[in-house]
Design a binder for this molecule. Structure first.
Ligand SMILES: Nc1ncnc2c1ncn2[C@@H]1O[C@H](COP(=O)(O)OP(=O)(O)OP(=O)(O)O)[C@@H](O)[C@H]1O
Ligand SMILES: [Mg+2]
Length: 455
C-alpha cells in the first residue's frame, strides 16, 4: 500500500522536550507534524484539520499518571472520527492504562522512554492500516444501499443492547493486530466472531487457519502446530507445514484453548512471543507473522489458579477479552436469528414455509436456550423439516418445555408457587425435607402444597 510521503501527524504531550524530540524524529522520516500541549488543543486541531494519525500522551496535568485525561480524550476523538488512527504513549509502569486505551479505540501504544525504530514501525503500520480502513469504510458506505444482505464475511446478527459492546470491540480492535480471547458458553458464536474479527482486519485477504485444541491428541499436538520433517516419526512420510506456518501473514484461531496440555504451553508461549518455531525433527528455526484469536468456554483464570494453565500464556492471549453473552441474556436477538436460520433451511431443504405462527414465536422467546444460538439454529431446522403446513408451530420446534422460563407476569400466584416448589425439589434431588427447609416452610405446610399441586 502506498502512503503519501507527507502524511500529517498530530503529536500531543504536555512536555516541550518530548514534543521536540518527536517532531525531529518524524520530520526526519518525511512526515509533516503539528504539536499541541493539551487535550482541548487536540480536539480543536482534529476538528479543523485532516490528520493521518494522532500520537498522544495519556497524561497532561503534571504528576498525574492515571491516564484519565487521555482516556477521556480518546473517547472524544472516537466520537469525532472513529477511523482516525490514534497511537498512545504511556509511562512504563502503566501498561494497564495502555490496554484500557486499546479497548477505547487506540490502535497501538508505546511506552516511554520509547524506542525510535519501534515507534516508527508502529506509525508506518498504523498509517497503512488507517488508509485501508478508511478506504474500506468508504466502500462500505457507498455500497450500503446496494448491498442488502449479501455482505462479504459471515453475517453476525445482533440488535440487542447486550451485543453492542461486542460489535464495538470488533469494529475497534478487529483492524489491529492485538491478540483476542473470546469467551462464552457453547454455541454463543465464538467461532463466528473470530471470523468476523479476521474479516475486518488488514489480514483479511490472507489465510484464516483454525485449530481445535480440544481435538488434538497430545502426541500430534506439536506436529500439527509447528509442522514436521520427513522421518521425524514413523508416520512422517514427507515434510509438512504446521498451522502456525500456514497462518503466516493471516490469523490463527485457537479454538478451545483451555485444552492445551500443560506440557505444551511453554512451547506455545515462546512461539507467541517471538514468532519463532521449529518443525518437529528439525533444528531450523522458522518465523511466522500471525495474529492470534483464541476461544474458550472455560474460566481460564480458575484454570490458572488450579495450576492447569500458565498465567504468562493467558496474559499473551487475552490482550483484549471479548465476552459473548448467552442467548437468554439477549432475547431481543432471538427472532432476528430465527428468521435468518429459517431462510437458510428453507432454501437448503426447498420447503415452501413462510414463517412462524404466534405460538412458535412465543415458544422461541420463552425458552431458556442452554445451547444458545447453535441450539436455536437446530430447532429452526427441525421446525422446517417437521412443519406439515406453510408455517412452523410451537410443537414442530421440539423444544423441551421443561426448559421454558415462565414469564412471571403472566402467571397466577398458584402457578408461581408450584413452579418454585418444582424447581427447589429438583435442585435438592427430590429430597423433600431439604426443599422445605430451603423454602422456609414447615414439613406439613410443604406436603400440603405438594398435594395441592399434584406433585
Ligand atoms: N450472531 C449470530 N448471527 C448469526 N449466526 C450466528 C450468530 N451467533 C452464532 N451463529 C451461528 O450459530 C452457530 C454456532 O456458533 P459458533 O459455532 O460460532 O459458536 P461457538 O461459541 O464457537 O460454539 P462452541 O463453544 O460450541 O464451539 C454457527 O452456525 C454460527 O454461524
Ligand atoms: Mg466454536
Amino acid at each position: 500500500m502506498s502512503q503519501a510521503p507527507t502524511a500529517r501527524i498530530l503529536i500531543a504531550d504536555d512536555q516541550p522536550d518530548v514534543l521536540e524530540a518527536l517532531r525531529l524524529l518524524l520530520k526526519g522520516e518525511g512526515y509533516a507534524t503539528e504539536a499541541v500541549k493539551s487535550p482541548a488543543a487536540v480536539i480543536k486541531a482534529v476538528e479543523a484539520n485532516d490528520y493521518a494519525l494522532v500520537l498522544m500522551d495519556l497524561n497532561y496535568a503534571r504528576d498525574t499518571t492515571s491516564g484519565q485525561e487521555g482516556l477521556e480524550l480518546l473517547q472524544k476523538l472516537q466520537g469525532l472520527d472513529a477511523t482516525l488512527p490514534v497511537v498512545v504513549m504511556t509511562a512504563w509502569a502503566s501498561v494497564d492504562v495502555a490496554v484500557e486505551a486499546m479497548r477505547r479505540g487506540a490502535r497501538d501504544f508505546v511506552t516511554k522512554p520509547w524506542d525510535n525504530p519501534r515507534l516508527l514501525a508502529i506509525i508506518r503500520n498504523q498509517l497503512e492500516l488507517g488508509s485501508a480502513v478508511r478506504a474500506y469504510r468508504r466502500l462500505e458506505q457507498e455500497n450500503e444501499l446496494l448491498r442488502g444482505s449479501g455482505k462479504a464475511g459471515p453475517a453476525l446478527l445482533a440488535q440487542s443492547a447486550a451485543m453492542r459492546p461486542v460489535l464495538e470491540v470488533i469494529a475497534r480492535v478487529g483492524p489491529s493486530d492485538a491478540n483476542i480471547l473470546i469467551t462464552g458458553e457453547n454455541g454463543t458464536g465464538k467461532g463466528l466472531v473470530a471470523q468476523a474479527l479476521h474479516a475486518v482486519s488488514l489480514r483479511a485477504g490472507k489465510p484464516f487457519i483454525s485449530v481445535n485444541m480440544g481435538g488434538l491428541p497430545e502426541g500430534v499436538f506439536e506436529s500439527e502446530l509447528f509442522g514436521h520433517v520427513r522421518g521425524a516419526f514413523t508416520d512422517a512420510k514427507a515434510d509438512r507445514a504446521g498451522r502456525f506456518e500456514l497462518a503466516d501473514g493471516g490469523t490463527l484461531f485457537l479454538d478451545e484453548i483451555g485444552n492445551i496440555p500443560l506440557s505444551q504451553q511453554a512451547k506455545m508461549l515462546r512461539t507467541i512471543e517471538t514468532g519463532e518455531f521449529e518443525r518437529v525433527g528439525s533444528s531450523r528455526t522458522y518465523r511466522a507473522s500471525v495474529r492470534l484469536i483464541s476461544a474458550t468456554n472455560a474460566d481460564l483464570a480458575a484454570e490458572v489458579a488450579a495450576g492447569k494453565f500458565r498465567q504468562d500464556l493467558l496474559f499473551r492471549l487475552n490482550t483484549i477479552q471479548l465476552h459473548l453473552p448467552p442467548l437468554r441474556e439477549r432475547r431481543e436477538d432471538i427472532e432476528l436469528l430465527a428468521q435468518h436460520f429459517l431462510k437458510q433451511h428453507v432454501t437448503r431443504y426447498r420447503k415452501g414455509i413462510t414463517g412462524f405462527d404466534e405460538g412458535a414465536l412465543q415458544a422461541l422467546r420463552d425458552y431458556s436456550w442452554p445451547g444458545n444460538v447453535r441450539e436455536l439454529d437446530h430447532s429452526v431446522e427441525r421446525g422446517v423439516l417437521m412443519a406439515p403446513g406453510k408455517v412452523i408451530r410451537a410443537p414442530d420446534l421440539g423444544l423441551n418445555a421443561g426448559q421454558a422460563v415462565p414469564r412471571l407476569e403472566e402467571m397466577s400466584i398458584e402457578e408461581v408457587e408450584a413452579f418454585l416448589i418444582k424447581k427447589t425439589l429438583a435442585r435438592c434431588d427430590g429430597n423433600a425435607r431439604k426443599a422445605a427447609e430451603e423454602l422456609g416452610l414447615s414439613r406439613s405446610a410443604f406436603y400440603r402444597r405438594l398435594e395441592k399441586y399434584g406433585l
